[in-house]
Design a protein around this ligand. Sequence first.
Ligand code: PHE
Length: 527
Amino acid sequence: LESSNRNANVTQDVLDLLDTKQPLHTSEDFPSIPQPEIKAALDRLASRSMVVYETRDEEQVLLTGEAETIVEEGSHEWKVWEVVKREGKVGIKELPKLVGADSAKVGQGNAFKNKWIKKDGDSLVPVADEVKDTTRDILQGIQDTKTLSDAKLLTDLKKRKLVTLSKVISYTVSKGEKYAKEIPVEVTDLTAEMLASGEWESANFKPYNFNALGATQNSGALHPLNKVRAEFRTIFFNQGFVEMPTAHFVDSGFWNFDALFVPQQHPARDMQDTFFISDPPKADKPRPDPDTEAQLDAMEAGSRRLFASSAKRDTKSRDYEQYFQDIKKVHQDGAFGSIGYRYPWSEDECLRLVLRTHTTAVSTWVLHRLAEDPRPARYFSIDRVFRNETVDATHLAEFHQIEGVIADFGLTLGGLMRFLEDFFSKMGIEGLRFKPAYNPYTEPSMEIFGYHVGLGRWVEIGNSGMFRPEMLEPMGLPRDMRVYGFGLSLERPTMIKYGVSNIRELLGHRVDLEFIKTNPAVRLDKN
Ligand code: PHE
């Protein structure tokens, strides 16, 4: 309301002034009204043919703060001359106290050059009786006219940081053919009465403003991470994957590390990368948990629809204590054909609680469940993981992992590569490269690289491998069953697709809500 009132005032001011002065120049006649407001008022009048106007683009010369002080108080050299003249004689060391350090430094030299003062031993004495402060006069002229025709002088003043240039838009306004001292009353609605009485024929309708922007609508918006997550879920579902339940953010070292054959002294386990939970101090040993079981039942109901089950489910076949002891053995002494790591394995370390560092912790208890009824299966998850990392433009202490697991008989590494090529091509990433890598729980392991056209180089987009027998056999999975695993972050592809270069703009407290609201609901590009 306030701005529309002000707008009405500007409109009236323009009409008033045009009555006595024509044309008018907004830069001189309305110097303090912001350009967009003037333009809005002029457009309002022009659409009613009450004014016509032309736009002018000009460069204005503006004084800096220092220059404004000179206009008020005189130039540095003038100040020096003035004090020397007044005192008759001023010690050079005294000068800064009298005129300030800046004026003393700059002003002295110029006053010498102008032959206004001269040296007398350690002092300054006046030479000129009367002087003309040209610098001040020039700046005063600029302040009055906002222009300076002498190009050389202008460059010089800019260098001395006394003036700046700025572009201004102004308007030259004249009366239009329907000029009047006031905007006539305008009708905004066509009513039945007006039609009946014929008044519509002579009524003065308000022109329709086709340039007005509609009011911004408040609506819900999906976060880009959610949108890309939805795309990945679709790809997984289309390929017969079942979604794993990932509600456990906190897990024990057993499920996050030990059951995956990650040695207890592995660097990833120490304070560098893992957030340990101090309260409660310790997890229970792995045991059947009704909540987890219910989640796995629900997941399995989905999976059984896709893969015919051979055996009937028998919960008792999963002996948790045996599993726990087997994990200890495979680390400490070796078992299942492996020589193990041969170090004293600690139960306390294994039962420390952690914020899960990868969703492979979930894959592990899902595979342990699969061992009840071993059969080909495909599982995936997309959820949050936590790492005690230094936060920077590409790393956060929490992010999302996309994980896929495929269990079957007779799987080969070539099959994994073929699968991954197919999978990533569905996201528009073609021509993968694989690099041998190391994970404690997979052998062989491969980093996945994709060529990033924008960056013009190969970027790592994921990690993969075939789970080790040291992980699968203690679960009770058959020796000839092979399991692929792969993981990638959700943030990386989202950043590429939405052109975000700093991960902190995507996740966390610095995210700009406007970015969430305005990013496209659907991306039609597939790259
Ligand atoms: N857990 C791995 C990671 O955090 C990803 C992965 C999953 C690798 C499964 C191999 C097999 O990077």
